[in-house]
Design a protein around this ligand. Structure first.
Ligand code: BEZ
Length: 239
């Protein structure tokens, strides 16, 4: 069947490198002013399609169980869906009281879950993608730095539960890039070599190719260096 994409409303989305759109909202932990309440911290703002749905339930349990790991990286979690506050409260109570899933039970979700019946926030962040649903958000993940700048965005469809290992890996890689002025190669994990910025002149390119220490150059445009896990842990934890 042909899609009527042209007739559907297209919602804007923030771009990487831009200021996270501001809003005030009610949450399960009280009112918030976003992103100003989080100045000085990283934030993962993530949307889910609806309360009382199975994939979302597994994701909330996983985020709640990992919350301390994100906290140790100076990162706060903020969830959102196009549901009301009472639905959120009832769902989170059900999760804690009844759901026993893959060794996770009695899980208390302590991070805020935004009510967004009006879709005000979801639309500002391009979380409503009409080909997927006009009334429920997709699974979006926004990584926002301590200055309130969007540093990375991942979108998943409703049917695909997120990979939390990747979300944590991405946060560490983003922080490492900012802290050490490097880039991270495919599948990078802390402790593995990082990529130094490309040579900006012929002289630097030559120097790099001739350098015997510090750098490993695969070609003049592709050089890596060592960065220990300890150095990353020392720099990133609580920063
Ligand atoms: C879920 O979370 O299980 C779900 C939500 C919306 C569509 C499909 C699955």
């Amino acid at each position: 069947m042909e899609s009527n994409q042209d007739e559907k409303q297209v919602n804007p989305m923030p771009y990487i490198g831009t200021k996270a759109p501001a809003f005030t909202a009610k949450t399960t932990q009280g009112d918030i002013n976003f992103p100003s309440d989080y100045t000085g911290k990283w934030v993962i703002l993530f949307s889910h399609p609806a309360d009382f749905t199975p994939v979302c339930t597994t994701e909330f349990m996983k985020f709640a169980v990992m919350e301390d790991e994100f906290e140790a990286l100076n990162c706060k979690l903020v969830g959102i869906s196009i549901d009301g506050l009472f639905s959120h409260i009832a769902w989170l109570r059900t999760i804690q009281e009844k759901i026993d899933y893959k060794g996770m039970k009695n899980v208390e979700v302590k991070f805020p879950l935004i009510e967004d019946i009006s879709m005000n926030v979801a639309k500002k962040y391009g979380m409503v993608q009409p080909e997927e649903s006009e009334t429920q958000a997709v699974r979006a993940v926004f990584f926002i730095n301590p200055e309130g700048i969007v540093k990375a965005i991942i979108y998943y469809p409703q049917s695909l539960g997120r990979n939390f290992d990747e979300i944590k890996r991405a946060l560490i890689a983003l922080k490492t890039a900012e802290e050490f002025g490097v880039a991270t190669p495919a599948d990078w994990r802390p402790g593995e070599d990082v990529i130094v910025p490309p040579a900006g002149s012929c002289g630097v390119a030559k120097e790099r190719m001739e350098s015997k220490d510090e750098l490993t150059c695969y070609d003049w445009f592709f050089c890596t260096k060592k960065l220990t896990k300890e150095a990353i842990d020392n720099a990133l934890l609580k920063q």
